[in-house]
Design a protein around this ligand. Sequence first.
Ligand SMILES: [Zn+2]
Ligand SMILES: [Zn+2]
Length: 902
Amino acid sequence: MELSKTFDPKSAEEHWFQLWIDRGYFKADPDREGDPFSIVIPPPNVTGQLHLGHALNVTLQDVIVRTRRMQGFNTLWVPGTDHAGIATQNVVEREIAKGGKTRHDLGRDSFVERVWKWKETYGGKILHQLRRLGASCDWSRERFTLDPGLSRAVARVFVRLYRDGLIYRGRRMINWCPRCETALSDLEVEHKDAQGHLWHIRYPLADGSGSITVATTRPETMLGDTAVAVNPADERYTALVGKKIRLPLIGREIPIVADDSVDREFGSGAVKITPAHDFNDFELGRRHHLEQISVMDTHASMNPAAGPYQGMTREQCRKQVVADLTAQDLLEKIEPHAHKLGVCSRCDTVVEPMLSDQWFVAVNKPGPNGKSLAGAAIEAVENGDTTFHPKFWENTYFSWMRNIQDWCISRQLWWGHRIPAYWCMRCEDAEPIVTEERPTACLKCGGADLRQDEDVLDTWFSSGLWPFSTLGWPDATPELKRYYPTSLLLTGFDIIFFWVARMMMLGIYCIDDRPERERVPFREVYITPLVRDQYGKKMTKSRGNVVDPLEIMEKYGTDAVRFTLAQLAVQGRDLILSDDRLAASRAFANKIWNAARFVMMNLADAPQPLKPVDPADLGLAERWILSRLDNAVREVTEAIDAYEFNRAALIVYQFIWHEFCDWYIELAKDPLKAGGASQAAARYVLVECFDRMLRILHPFMPFISEEIWQALRPYFSATDLSEHLAVAKFPTPSVTPWLSPAEETAMSSCIAATQAVNSLRSLLGWNPGQRVKIVMKRMTSDSFAQFQPWLPYLRALTKSESVMFEQVSPGRQVVFAHIERLGDVGIETPDAFDFEVARTKLRKQLDEVSKYERQHDARLKDENFTRKADPETVTETQQRREVLQGQMYLLSEQLQQLEQAN
Ligand SMILES: [Zn+2]
Ligand SMILES: [Zn+2]
């Protein structure tokens, strides 16, 4: 197989991915040997489009999964999607709205059918995009949270929790979207900055002795007021506590109560309390046993309790209430007021806090084993049964879990798992019948008129079962036995609470037939960094700085995108993506490609496979590169084990680009030309290195690595060679070292000497091909002895005519550089070289750079600047100062060398 002149990512990506799938390389088999390594993918919403967050998350998962597969683990990576309740329902609602219809026109059954049809047609899109990234999931095990199997698991868990007394129905305050007509989770509410008003309303005391003024941002809710509250320490109101006021417009008498939660500084220090339409008021109302009066219906229009305002929308009602209060001279003043406004994340409608009958999971109540769901989930992390990377996220987890409230799991939607509770139409006030299968008759009266609860479950309920429902639970499947607990979960920090915490609680609760350590859904959790743009800004639609992963994959190739993401994934730090980084990764791919072409060209007449060379017959350079490769293998393995993806990528990069391409390929050029035994050795080592370095590159850049590996495969002399790189063995370092420590040192000296010669050559203004005469001096006898074998390499690398020790050709001058642990290395200069001119030039450059550096330094020392400028400008200035300081250092080094020259 030939390698074309340039790498074509597109055809390689399509070809190899299809081949891997056809060969079944990613298929898991619980019966196969090897320690299990399992991951469940965080299921993207079925409505989803691939964004950079997914691309990062899936790339890092794939790096780990491919590594573990190559290391011989019995690997399973489960893919799938989430039905995403409200998100999907809204997509289809918008679709039918184009034909002027609402879901109510269709009715529940045909609407749900419609959503299924939409899912069949469009729902696979995001998974196709994940495949394009190269995700090595077991695609034969794709799951969907509404699959029959997963739905059975959902019903089983619901019924169990209900029977254990951990699910109940209650009247609680929830966020309600009046357009979607459903309860929303906190995650589904977005908080926007809004410019509103603060209305100061006078409430007359019932005994006619005066009035108390309350301040509110929502005057229309006063119709549902059942108290006025003040701070007990607020002396302005001490005398009024316990008295009653007569609520304007409605005429209801309500008490003035004292409560610590009232902020004395807000408005007048007295607040109206509407327990049925405000979260804080609800809590305060419970403490004071206040009545809860809902004044709105499910569309947020005023209901009969709003008296004369019945039928108005909340906006109309606000206007009318303000007008009526003004007419009665009860409006003291109106102030502008900035506040946060909760809106539905799906439809942008202002959310209404409402009292509503909902289903809840009691997370703090002791279950059958005496532990609460939250308590057991906290304990598991405290015990280290599950650990977080980076570790500090455990604190976030703890603080959330220790303050957790009962979980509202019902949604008034049609798309989702319908709650398995059935109400008898004959028995009023009866408990519902909660069973997995629809019952045929009422247990109490035998009546057959049963109605299933209308609500569906919060979408996080089913995704909370994902790590075991996808493995076949509640059945005792071989998969569950082999792959649970899963090894690792990779996810974003924003869903630690919504998803990670729920999986922890439900996993430990459901998998109760195992020792405690084995109940957690995953052993480790890796929290992925946030991706930001090149200026460090968060990517948002409104900023217009969102990078589409498919676009950059098209432009730079998938391997380059994956490599960039891995290289930037530093634990605990945001990831800053720029075109420069992507271009650098593409250049890296090209560098590897060109190196492979160079090697292929030099194999034209070589036997297939190559004859292995006895290690004793390898030259120093050959043993050196094999030693460096061992080192890279060792460090990459450690970095991946520690989930330090950036470090792992950097090691691979450094080895391939610098040690292999920059140095070894240069060193191999002469032996390749020489023919005979040295040619055979160089060929063997080049091919050997390629084999192993492609194996450590593969998890990061699967496509280009497979393509090159296939081209070189006929030359590989290993006896247990797999057919494809995707299932080749991950390398381990050689047992016996290739080089002694002294030899290692000598080679680093050789590299340093070469670099010094090259920089001296450019200092003299010569082109890089110019032949030079090297002079070495001030070497210790040890370093001289150690360096002796490397002299031919130094000559080859520096293209020098000769190397002389302690002597100079008559009438010549030398510029020297000092190499640590070696001595001085210099090159002879021609007679005509004018040192003074060169020095003057350098001094001028140094002056320029120093001037700039001082300017930057002064800015950074100026508090006016550092405090007022935005942080990005400050960082940029700091970085520029560092670059300038680096330039200054180099220039003064060079100047010093020239000054030593005569
Ligand atoms: Zn909505
Ligand atoms: Zn009944």
